[in-house]
Design a protein around this ligand. Sequence first.
Ligand SMILES: [Zn+2]
Length: 280
Amino acid sequence: MELNLNVWKRGSQRAVHKPLLLLYALSQYQKGHDRFFTYKEIDEPLRDLLIEFGPYRTSHHPEYPFWRLQNDGIWELKNHEKAQPRSSNIDAKKSELLKYGVAGGLNQKEFDDIVNSKDKMARAIGELLEEFFPETIHDDIIEKLNIQEYLNKPHKRDPNFRQAVLTAYGYKCAICGFDCRLGHAPIGLEAAHIQWHQNNGPSTIENGIALCSLHHKAFDRGVFTINGCYRIQLSTNAYGGEIYKQLFSKFDNLEINLPNSIFLPSKIFLKWHTLNIFQK
Ligand SMILES: [Zn+2]
């Protein structure tokens, strides 16, 4: 399946609504769902996905991608004539999608292609994951959607980025200071992109931060962010027991372990993270 994925990238904005809708549809096709989903079927699961993996918003609109994906040439709607809004630049109302039983699904050609080839299905899922989400989050989405098979291309990493970031932070997690080494090899220490690579975040020191695997994962899921004063801000939605308190609550509002001032993370990228990823 040729998905024209770049169409959905608007600069650094996180346009994951359509990718999440497609991932949901593909995961259901894997389980034998027929081509069309009524909006009623999509509303709740897609809303859940947007809450969990989309940018932080106070309200969510699964009806937007469901309606707008038809403009990308791979998604077909039926029973939508009556729900058609008067002006073409506005979306159909959710109440009308429900009232008229509007249904959507991949075009016949893409659907046939994908349900008849396990390989194409696995590749399409892999592409969607890779293009729109960092690796730390892939397993969470796979588990949530109960995706059976997917294929990730080997990741093109920039070894210089990792090396430069870890060196700048003295091979320690910027949050907890974790610094395990086995011989010369750092263990469980990673160079995280602050503004996601998938959203045009560059692989440069000012967009990097050294984090242990646990804090990297939590950072990419928005459990915490780092504000313009380099202080850790913990999400009020996150909680846990005694160990959580030691590994997270304890650091709330504290300054991160800063690198040398010439390597400080850029406030532009930190702001991107706070606006787009942090689960306030
Ligand atoms: Zn850590």
